[in-house]
Design a protein around this ligand. Structure first.
Ligand code: SF4
Length: 210
């Protein structure tokens, strides 16, 4: 059976197409987004509606073929919620790669599934927000980029022992949107101490796209 004909159990909250990746390494690249429901981490400032675990957000199980038919861009970004809480995530990634898509996953690193090494992983750790959900060790090796959401600036110190040996992958400092006026100057100071790090802005919010 073709992988694309599989019924998957992934709860899809929403998809949106023909937009751009607004953050991190692939900023400005055309992308479609697949937003999966559910996240246990419960960051108080979550901007995707998962601060309460996302239980009240609508979602439905979808066939991979249906999902593929909706996609229009070269890159599919799987986000959430927390994509790695779903055991069918590797099947979804495999089907997208089989269909010729570039695949990115955005994660807090709280759970791991054995996804293809061909997919790009953006690790945005939230262990400092909720220590009940520490980053799984494998992500510090496997991540293709690290994105720290900066609110106070203490986030860099919190993860410093993991960041020390990660000079081969990009590290982005991104202001938490609700306090960006305070966070941007903090980031500019942090960049002086860590000149290999880069500023990431949520450019999609500045240009008013999803
Ligand atoms: S880990 Fe991400 S999706 Fe989950 S609550 Fe925090 S910001 Fe929201």
């Amino acid at each position: 059976m073709l992988r694309s004909n599989l019924k998957i159990k992934l709860p899809i909250h929403e998809t949106f197409q023909n937009t751009v990746q607004g953050e991190g390494f692939w900023t400005g690249a055309l992308a479609d987004f697949i937003r999966l429901a559910g996240c246990p981490v419960r960051c108080p400032w979550c901007d995707t509606g998962y601060a309460n675990g996302g239980k009240s957000l609508p979602s439905e199980a979808r066939a991979i073929s249906e999902l593929l038919a909706e996609l229009q861009s070269p890159r599919a970004v799987i986000t959430g919620g927390e994509p790695f809480i779903h055991s069918d995530l590797p099947e979804l990634v495999g089907a997208l790669l089989d269909a010729g898509k570039q695949v990115s996953i955005e994660t807090s690193g709280a759970c791991w599934q054995d996804v293809s090494p061909a997919c790009w992983i953006t690790l945005s750790p939230k262990e400092h927000v909720n220590p009940k959900y520490p980053v799984q060790e494998i992500f510090w090796q496997r991540a293709n980029e690290i994105k720290l959401v900066i609110s106070t600036g203490e986030e860099v110190d919190f993860y410093s022992k993991y960041l020390q040996d990660r000079s081969h992958i990009p590290v982005f400092l991104q202001p938490e949107w609700s306090v960006k006026e305070r966070a941007v100057p903090i980031i500019l100071e942090l960049l002086k101490q860590h000149p290999s790090y880069r500023l990431s802005l949520q450019t999609h919010k500045f240009i008013g796209v999803q």
